[in-house]
Design a protein around this ligand. Structure first.
Ligand code: EPZ
Length: 418
């Protein structure tokens, strides 16, 4: 079981390049089920979740391979329509094979993903939208058994914003008969990136990035090529790593327009930043103000940066209130931060963070519980006085490509130990 030792107290300095977006790559990889041929992707990050997706696609009959920066998925026709529990339990985003399998082959047997540390993670909105397109859905022995002669376009209003639900429905609708209207659609940049890839495959989609997406079904799609957008959550994580260590860092190959909510909050905290088209420079800052956040769907403050921002607030001047409105249990990192000396009072979906004086955080052994919580503990470790040992660091490898290499390159002292 890999651990990570982070030695705090060193200001990060220099330039760092952001990798491709995990949460764009995953749905785009599943969209290859929709069309036979050789799909080619660049800027696709090398992550555990990508490996899990490649394993699942291989179990369905697609071959994945990486040659330098080109990641290929060769779909010679799917010969198995079952996404097995052993594969799905490793990565709950596997539910994203449901829409493509139903649309292209008329059947899918997908293990229900189950919950995770941050919440129950139901898939009712995914299943309701497949039913609205005419699919028969039965839940049996932990599996979603789905069938459809040919999906028919429909108007679907999501009662709450769902990124995965929007992605599953959008993929399914590309081959459905007639028009599909998705209302209250998610607007995340990853939705836009997926739509752009589907369009390059021949899909007819408009309105992506807004809350109303229109899809006109077509008979057939073809394999295409695509460059994955930069990972806005990695970019935000690296920016906060610079901020919390009083660093002076330039984040390169990112999309500042995908990070507006975080940039506004960091400015409110008092950080000085120069923002270009594809890079962000943050200047060293001795102290920063405590500023409240409330997480919500894009373009508001992303839930995937809540834990990292909380680490920053533990060393801020004053008290901040952090509200988590997207997931019901996304404060698993709070008790671990308290072990490092943070002063936090967590309630169900709100945490009050009282900033400790500079040097108030001291290194200690802590436990990573989920992907973004582990990133939060790395950031807190970089700011803490002394060494922080982070257990269960495999969570980090699911969503960050060589994070310790990037942070070490910036002067951070961070090592992986078995
Ligand atoms: C995606 O998860 C991301 N994962 C998550 O990132 C991210 O936190 C989340 O969107 C919100 O932005 C990927 O893209 C692979 P949702 P997803 O459906 O699609 C409820 C990370 O760290 N809901 O938008 O699962 C759900 O319980 C991960 O990279 C239903 O009730 O999120 C949650 O409360 C963590 N029924 C809310 O909606 C459903 O059928 C938002 O979930 C689906 C969702």
């Amino acid at each position: 079981m890999d651990k990570m030792i982070v030695s705090g107290g060193r200001a990060l300095r220099g330039e760092v390049r952001v990798s491709g977006a995990k949460n764009s790559a995953l749905p785009i990889l599943f969209s290859t089920i929709l069309a036979e041929g050789a799909h080619k992707f660049t800027n696709l990050p090398n992550l555990k979740d990508i490996e899990s997706t490649a394993e699942l696609l291989a179990s369905l009959g697609c071959i994945c391979s990486r040659d330098g920066d080109i990641f290929s998925v060769t779909n010679k026709g799917i010969n198995n329509f079952e996404a097995h529990y052993d594969l799905v339990r490793k990565m709950r985003a596997s539910i994203l094979c449901l829409g493509p399998l139903l649309a292209r082959y008329g059947e899918a047997v997908v293990s229900m993903p189950g919950g995770c540390a941050i919440g129950s993670r139901p898939i009712d909105l995914h299943l309701d939208s497949m039913k609205a397109l005419g699919a028969e859905i039965e839940l049996r022995e932990g599996y979603v058994m789905a069938k459809a002669k040919r999906l028919k376009g429909a108007r679907i209003l999501f009662e709450s914003v769902t990124v995965g639900g929007t992605e599953n429905l959008m993929m399914a609708a590309t081959l459905a008969e007639g028009k599909t209207l998705i209302e209250n659609a998610a607007k995340e940049p990853e939705i836009v990136d997926l739509a752009e890839y589907l369009i390059s495959m021949g899909a007819k989609i408009s309105g992506h990035g807004s809350s109303i997406i229109e899809i006109d079904g077509v008979e057939k799609l073809r394999a295409a090529e695509h460059r994955i957008i930069p990972d806005r959550i990695e970019a935000g994580t690296l920016l906060i790593a610079a901020a919390i260590t009083h660093g002076d860092v330039t984040i390169q190959d990112c999309r500042p327009d995908h990070l507006e909510a975080l940039l506004l909050k960091l400015k409110e905290c008092g950080f000085q930043m120069q923002i270009g088209k594809t890079d962000i420079h943050i200047a060293s800052q001795k102290t920063w103000k405590a500023v409240d956040i409330t997480t919500a769907p894009f373009p508001l403050f992303p839930t995937d940066l809540q834990a990292q921002y909380m680490a920053l607030m533990t060393a801020a001047e004053g008290t901040s209130v952090i509200s988590e409105t997207v997931f019901e249990n996304r404060f698993m990192h709070v008790q671990e931060l308290i072990r490092l000396g943070a002063d936090i009072s967590p309630k169900t979906r709100v945490a009050v963070v009282r900033g400790v004086k500079p040097g108030g955080l001291t290194g200690a052994p802590v436990m990573a519980t989920d992907l973004r919580a582990s990133a939060c503990l790395v950031l807190a470790g970089l700011a803490a006085h002394g060494d922080t040992l982070i257990n269960r660091i495999y969570h980090l490898d699911r969503g960050y490509e060589k994070l310790e290499t990037k942070l070490s390159h910036l002067g951070g002292k961070i090592n992986r130990v078995s």
